[in-house]
Design a protein around this ligand. Structure first.
Ligand code: NIG
Ligand code: FE
Length: 382
């Protein structure tokens, strides 16, 4: 087994509760696992040495929310929104048509391109949802293709009711044959619980069916207005409720008391001109917050976690340290993973060397490619 030491690290972020940040640090990895961290001068000998040149090393980003299996482009909708149009969930059906018409090879090539794009920006774990197929065959191929790219696959048959099928019949399908086909290829089930998509009662029905098939629950809620979907997510012990733009005090209290992570998706607010979620309110209440890209062709066509961090710091009341934690540890909590999102001894050796002395530069130098090198995580050739 080969050991590698990364030394001359200007600032190392471990997220260890005793010593979360170490200056003039080194990191020792063996067989894809972190086996030692500390000050450079105390670093053990190793088979290989990498000089970090004074740069900052952070855990790889854990992007807990994306929709990468799709075809087509909706730049025209974005352009119209920037001119004042509102976001409407109905645009999803355009992507459904393009996705159904695409070949497996084209869908995989597009998703792989986006995974490579995410990794180049420091993402080492990404969750990928289905949801642009919406027939048994098209959802099955979406989760199968997603499973070739990540182990964090989510079945999102309940994205919208597609054209040409009665609502009750579609719910029967999503909780029946479609779920049966997709569950073996997925870890999670999600519902788009928003006006224009699914109601709170429908969301409960779909999530309970998924849980009965062994899938963990996640929910989209609180994007377009306050909704009982947030408290439903906590009640059903969903791993995360994603959006949380509009929250009542009762929602915030429930999130603080429960085991459900509030995942905030600033790329959506950027791309839809909606109000920014109030991360400060959630953090002050004691809720666990994640930041994720929600990469999709409609409401947030970005894979960039550094962009999400910059927006969270600039617009959502987070400190740079809180935003980095939400994009790493928070994302890991949203996927109920303890092996990623930090660099404590025993963690997966998924980490990023920045061309910057501190992670503060992720927000301080917005839009600048600061990732020098990425270790571990997503398969770079996928
Ligand atoms: O915004 N989540 C639900 N839908 C996705 C994509 C929406 C779209 O294609 O417009 C989202 O997260
Ligand atoms: Fe989404």
């Amino acid at each position: 087994m080969t050991t590698t030491v990364i030394d001359s690290i200007g600032l190392l972020v471990t997220h260890d509760s005793d010593r979360s940040e170490v200056h003039d640090a080194a990191l020792l990895i063996e067989d894809g696992v972190v086996v030692w961290t500390g000050e450079s001068r105390g670093a053990p000998a190793a088979d290989e040495r990498v000089d970090a040149g004074g740069g900052c090393v952070i855990p790889g980003f854990v992007d807990s929310h994306s929709h990468l299996v799709f075809a087509g482009d909706r730049a025209d909708e974005f352009e119209a929104r920037m001119a004042g149009r509102r976001y409407e969930a109905g645009g999803i059906r355009r992507t459904v048509s393009a996705t159904r018409a695409a070949s497996d090879d084209d869908l995989l090539a597009n998703a792989s391109r986006l995974v490579a794009e995410a990794r180049a920006q420091g993402t080492t774990t990404i969750e990928v949802k289905s949801g642009y197929g919406l027939t048994v065959a098209d959802e099955l191929r979406s989760v199968r293709l997603a499973a070739t790219l990540t182990s964090e696959v989510t079945f999102l048959g309940a994205h919208v009711v597609p054209e040409g099928i009665d609502r009750d019949d579609y719910l029967e399908l999503v909780t029946g044959d479609m779920l049966d086909a997709c569950a073996p290829h997925a870890r999670w089930i999600d519902v788009f619980c928003e006006s224009g998509a699914f109601t709170v009662d429908e969301t409960r029905r779909v999530l309970e069916a998924g849980k009965a098939r062994g899938l963990g629950a996640r929910v989209h809620a609180g994007q377009l207005g306050q909704s009982d979907g947030v408290r439903l997510a906590v009640e059903l012990d969903a791993a995360s409720v994603d959006r949380c733009t509009f929250l009542s005090d009762a929602d915030v209290d429930a999130l603080a008391a429960g085991g459900t992570v509030a995942a905030l998706l600033p790329g959506v607010e950027f791309s839809t001109r909606q109000p920014w979620p109030d991360a400060r309110r959630l953090l002050d209440a004691g809720a666990t917050v994640a930041l994720a890209s929600d990469c999709n062709p409609g409401s947030s066509y970005t894979t960039s976690m550094p962009l999400c961090i910059a927006l969270a710091v600039r617009e959502m009341g987070m400190t740079p340290a809180e935003a980095l934690a939400a994009a790493t540890l928070g994302g890991a909590s949203a996927l109920r993973r303890t092996d990623i999102g930090h660099l404590r001894v025993g963690a997966r050796a998924d980490f990023v060397l920045l061309d910057a002395p501190s992670y503060v530069h992720l927000a301080y130098r917005p839009g600048v490619p600061l990732v020098r090198r990425v270790w571990g995580g997503l398969n770079p050739s996928s």
